[in-house]
Design a protein around this ligand. Structure first.
Ligand code: PLP
Length: 492
């Protein structure tokens, strides 16, 4: 921004062929590594091609150069390209480089469903999200808008599908934490208003304007740069003012809010679309600090109005405040955790009938009886009491099943609970089936390929996100978004 007056320095236009610079460089590196280093001329041509590719996004033309399969590198002996690739994503380069065996039909092999590639997956129940939207709507003062907060990939549920479901269920606004999260929604052709619940770096302003994302604003420097960049392209600069009423995370201090608006108000492009604050204690049993924040916020809004500043959409409530404090609804509520079906605190349990949207599933990959006193998993910390079968499922702490839960949780098969035993490994873990059946009166005897419920409800018994959070000494937020991207998300 310093060196060019137009505010757009450093940003490539996102044309359809533009990937990220790092992605282009990575692909260029693959191309570079795939050459026969004994041929200097060829190496030079590829290097040229690769640098052109890095500059323009990936359009390298490697015609006439040796194919990897001709060099035998896939099976060792030649230079390697490093790392298994997701076949569906790198189809072009994989095909081009001859990594893929031509006897396999690309369309057919990429069509193999994710959950049949790996026997562990997450299911997201859209009807639960619809139910939770309806519960929130029921609790809202009539006329209140709902912002669906889909930051952190929709709390691990998938930002795009959740945003679409929420908007189709009546959410008027979307909230994200970062500019890139907003861009992801726009690229999925979601056209609801999007608020970035933060003031991004000023260098990201061109992206805000190009993708029509509203920032939260609380510094004059950002406000002015934003306004100037908007002016330059004949746009308005819509934003929400963030007010710090006591949480001391972000925002203009409440006593200074009016002064701030006067300070930046001269800029014609700035377009105040809303004013908001965030509560530090909406989920705690006592109300003292909450009341202070609410009073300060109300005063800010009154002062702005008295000074002739239209605050636009006034909003303050998160999920906890939405259900517990109707006096904090104002014009809009910001629905986060409750949208996904989890209670922000015990107090809200009797106030709403929320349905968890996420369940975690796997299939048994190994099953065997283990003689008495033999150990299981790293450290052999669990010992077989005899007459048990040990079953393995292919998910572990790399998938977000925290190692700290080892030996402390149950899995469900056919509506019967089985104890997880042994240390949870990175990619796998084990559970115990007691063949004497005292905890298994129905005689359920899991076999390889049988479905196991890791989180969810089956025949009236449940393993819940809340239980896992309690065991880990954390909150449900951290558990749901801890389930890694490696687990495919299936939407039903
Ligand atoms: C994350 C967030 C929310 C949503 O909070 P929940 O407790 O998940 O409902 C609301 N407002 C802001 C500013 C947030 O950062």
């Amino acid at each position: 921004m310093e060196d060019l007056p137009n505010g757009f320095t450093g940003f490539s236009r996102r044309d359809p062929n533009f990937e990220s610079a790092s992605e282009a460089l990575r692909k260029a590196e693959i191309a570079r590594q795939s050459i026969d280093f004994s041929d200097r001329d060829r190496e030079h041509r590829i290097a040229q091609e690769a640098s052109r590719a890095a500059r323009s996004g990936w359009q390298a033309n490697l015609d006439g150069l040796p194919r990897l399969d001709q060099m035998g590198s896939l099976w060792g002996g030649g230079p390697s390209v490093g790392g298994a690739q997701d076949v569906s994503r790198f189809v072009n380069s994989v095909e081009y480089n001859g990594i893929l065996d031509r006897r396999f039909d690309l369309e057919k092999i990429t069509a193999i469903p994710e959950k049949d590639r790996r026997w562990a997956w997450i299911e997201i129940d859209r009807s639960a999200i619809q139910n939770n939207m309806a519960e929130a709507r029921r609790a809202c003062t009539p006329g209140t808008k709902i912002m669906a907060v889909v930051k952190a990939d929709g709390y691990g549920h998938g930002a795009v599908p959740v945003a679409k479901t929420a908007v189709n269920s009546g959410a008027e606004y979307l909230g994200v934490a970062t500019v890139d999260e907003g861009i992801e929604l726009r690229e999925a052709l979601i056209n609801a208003p999007i608020l970035v619940l933060n003031e991004p770096p000023a260098t990201a302003i061109p992206l805000l304007l190009a993708y029509k994302l509203m920032p939260s604003v609380y510094t004059p420097e950002f406000a002015v740069r934003y306004a100037e960049a908007a002016d330059m392209v004949d746009q308005r600069a819509p934003y929400h003012l963030a007010v710090n009423t006591g949480m001391n995370r972000i925002g203009v201090r409440h006593e200074e809010a009016l002064g701030f608006m006067k300070q930046i108000g001269f800029h014609r492009a700035l377009d105040l679309k809303g004013v908001f604050t965030h509560f530090a204690t909406a989920d705690s049993p006592e109300v003292f600090d909450f009341d202070i924040q609410l009073r300060r916020f109300t005063e800010v809004i009154d002062d702005l109005r008295a000074a002739g500043v239209n605050p636009g959409l006034v909003h303050a409530a998160n999920s906890a405040a939405l259900f517990r404090y109707p006096e904090a609804h104002f014009d809009m509520v910001r629905l986060g955790i409750a949208l996904y079906g989890y209670h922000p605190c015990p107090e809200t349990r009797r106030m709403a009938n929320l349905k968890p949207a996420m369940s975690v599933h796997a299939r048994v990959t190994d099953a065997k009886t283990v003689p008495m006193s033999e150990g299981v998993s790293y450290g052999l910390n669990y010992r077989s009491p005899g007459s048990v079968k040990i079953c393995t499922v292919p998910l572990g702490y790399a998938d977000g099943l925290c190692r700290g839960l080892s030996g402390r949780i149950d899995f469900l098969v056919d509506g019967v609970a089985f104890r997880q035993v042994g240390d949870i490994c990175m990619d796998q873990c084990m559970f115990e089936v007691d063949l004497r059946t005292y905890n298994n009166r129905r005689g359920v005897n899991p076999q390889i390929g049988d479905e196991v419920m890791i989180v969810g409800e089956q025949n009236g018994i449940a393993v819940t996100i809340d239980e896992l959070a309690d065991l880990m000494g954390t909150i449900p937020y951290e558990i749901t978004l801890g389930f890694s991207q490696r687990l495919p998300r299936l939407y039903k």
